[in-house]
Design a protein around this ligand. Sequence first.
Ligand code: NAD
Length: 495
Amino acid sequence: MLQTIDWHARAKSVRLPNRPFIDGQYVDSVSNETFPCVYPGDGRLLTQVASCNEADVDKAVRSARKAFNAGVWSRMAPADRRRILLRFSELILANREELALLETLNVGKPIANAFNGDVVGAANCIAWYAEAIDKVYGEVAATAHEMTTLVVREPVGVVAAVVPWNYPMSMAAWKLGPALATGNSVVLKPAEQSPFTALKFGELAIEAGLPAGVLNVVPGLGHIAGKALGLHMDVDCVGFTGSTEVGKYFMQYSGQSNIKRIGLELGGKSPQVVLADCDDLDAAAAGVAAGIFANTGQVCNAGSRLIVDEKIRDTLFEKITAQAKSFLPGDPLDAATRMGSLVTQEQMDRVLGYIDAGRAEGATTLIGGSRVRTETGGFYIEPTIFDRVRNDMKIAREEIFGPVLSAITVKGFDEAMEVANDTVYGLAGAVWTGSVKNAHRAAKAIKAGVVWVNCFDRGSMAVPFGGFKQSGFGRDKSLHAMDKYTDLKAMWFAH
Ligand code: NAD
């Protein structure tokens, strides 16, 4: 089906949602301001989108609060909430073609990835939490004989979900699933680079039967709409995914306002450790290449630091270089493309700046290092691998968020672990080894919320995702995510 659609033709006629979705409908913004949305595949202006300000955000929060207090969702029987969220998930799948196209137009990711990955992943996430709603129990605590003591979880109230542009639908679904399942109302703020699918989600949720006001969507700029949510006195919780820098702002907003609860899924500089005893260098090379070139490297857990033992480095480099060829940037609307554009010109320039910094600090490019497909007007960079990187170089310390791999050569297990952990981040890490002993040692040694052994970027809704250190706290996915959007209440009943 993917191959038979003329995506370029569809792109010309698809409706681009560009107004806030508040209280169950698209509305005009109070601000009357807009920001441009550009297709990064060719640099053309797609449309202007409403830029919500403090007044728009306040309107959305009021709508969410009204719905929450009325109990139309928060007090609905769990089995009924389950039915509505399952319908929401079905509608996401029913609109797969349109959602995939909107996502690709916003962020330039290959249409095949959007169609097979992002839409399906978001639908699965919503369905997973829908199914969980009526299967989670409270506790009866072991207290004195003349007491009955219940420990229950209650929804926090109004949740602000502030999300990034790299996986707009998935990141939104990771927040919406657990926040809505537990009975909260939500105000979703998509990144300014990628508002389309979030707005479409608002529309589909209403069609599924979600009461008006339970999900509002406010497109807008971070320092205006995002900040307004962070500082709002009637927002009870923020589920944030984005950079560590902005995550720190949200902690400040919380302290400056109502001490709202904050969950932070932040950046990373994840190590891919390939030990000398790795017995499948082909698999390791494929994992390393996909781990940095998938989604054009714009992945929070991208394996952006390759830490390789000197004994195998030359063989491994040859194999990774061969793998990198299958990630040459192509037209995002071509179903065969594996790597698309970067999200904006600004992001492309940022990544090119890091490539210059790597060269200036003495690292050498094994492959890549340049902008390509310039004639299209789009924002493309070829897969780039730096060799002779030291872990104190800028390209080893900072999150580049592009298709740039920094390779660091080490001697032995201990040095590999030391370098792996020498970072302010702790989102994820991987080790490739043929030794059971080293697999277990490394899995324990790597300070990160996720460790992969002889694989990379595996995920499941059943498994929590999130970071240590400056990669944040709180978890998305799995039942653990529900903790973020609920408060624990102890109820003591004297007999
Ligand atoms: P970003 O931090 O710039 O923006 C994220 C969101 O915050 C956007 O909605 C943005 O509008 C908003 N924002 C920006 N400035 C703000 C401010 N001053 N006040 C309030 N809100 C503000 O991040 P990005 O560039 O959109 O996304 C890339 C980052 O996201 C990377 O660092 C990446 O690692 C991270 N990320 C993390 C995960 C994870 O699960 N840990 C997943 C995806 C992306």
